[in-house]
Design a protein around this ligand. Structure first.
Ligand SMILES: Cc1cc2nc3c(=O)[nH]c(=O)nc-3n(C[C@H](O)[C@H](O)[C@H](O)COP(=O)(O)OP(=O)(O)OC[C@H]3O[C@@H](n4cnc5c(N)ncnc54)[C@H](O)[C@@H]3O)c2cc1C
Length: 218
């Protein structure tokens, strides 16, 4: 599972200049006053200036994680198609030992605990066997002449997919707010942490104030 930087547009300066459009002013370089303005915008949840900078990443994730990711309607996506291309040598998500967990408690009020170490290897083998069986069935169906768009139905949620995701800074911060939270799925949290490092790198002042004012949605 990995998030790879592709491109970005704008910077903290783009946020400042969008905000200063109200006064028909433009900054060429970020001054201390401009940095203060970013803090003000973040504190007051004056969100639209943060929509003038954006970032694109390339994501490699299990389909189940991608489904959660793509609930973020304000992002733009392009994904590898199992309808048009034959699945070559797919990667499947076998949870590493530290991610193996059991669910304790009632729906809506449960928490996770590490799975008994004695069970771990058998559980990982079960994942691998199920993936092998699905992939074998997929290849057999293709050999029998079944169309790719039908044969793919036997492939599992744990198979990795790859997609481009683009969002503006405001919506990346919303994504991070939701997907780095303690109650988010561990696997999407791990990927969101990689997005967060890129946001910090490319939009350091906006990021810093977002953290300072509580990592909320704008
Ligand atoms: C821990 C967790 C558990 C979840 N569990 C479930 C679940 O069980 N079932 C389920 O279906 N989903 C679930 N979701 C998905 C969740 O409901 C959201 O769809 C998802 O997090 C995307 O968030 P978003 O709408 O803020 O993002 P985006 O779609 O990117 O939207 C960004 C913002 O734009 C605005 N917006 C976008 N579209 C609309 C609209 N149509 N109307 C009004 N405002 C809009 C909102 O302000 C929104 O916050 C879960 C999410 C999390 C984080």
């Amino acid at each position: 599972m990995a998030v790879t930087y592709v491109d970005h547009m704008g910077s903290d300066l783009a946020v400042v200049n969008a905000a200063r459009a109200s006064f028909a002013q433009v900054s060429e370089e970020l001054s201390d006053k401009d940095v203060g303005l970013i803090g003000f915008l973040m504190r007051e949840r004056h969100a639209s200036p943060f929509e003038h900078a954006s970032m694109t990443v390339f994501v490699d994730a299990p389909i189940g994680v991608a489904r959660e990711w793509m609930r973020h309607r304000t992002q733009s996506f392009n994904e590898f198609s199992t309808r048009y291309a034959k699945v070559g040598e797919p990667t499947f998500y076998v949870p590493p030992p530290e991610a193996l967990r059991t669910q304790v408690g009632k729906p809506g009020a449960y928490h996770f605990e590490p799975l008994d170490e004695a069970q771990a290897e058998a559980v990982r083998e079960k994942f691998e066997a199920a993936y092998r069986a699905s992939l074998d069935a997929y290849h057999e169906l293709l050999e029998q002449g079944v169309a790719r768009e039908l044969a793919r139905n036997v492939l599992p949620l744990g198979m990795h997919t790859r997609f481009y995701a683009t969002a503006n800074l405001r919506n990346w911060l919303n994504f991070l707010s939701l997907r780095t939270a303690e109650n988010a799925l561990k696997e999407i949290r791990d990927e969101a942490a990689q997005v967060e490092a890129l946001i910090e790198q490319h939009f350091p002042h906006s990021y810093r104030f977002w953290v300072e004012y509580g990592r909320g949605s704008l």
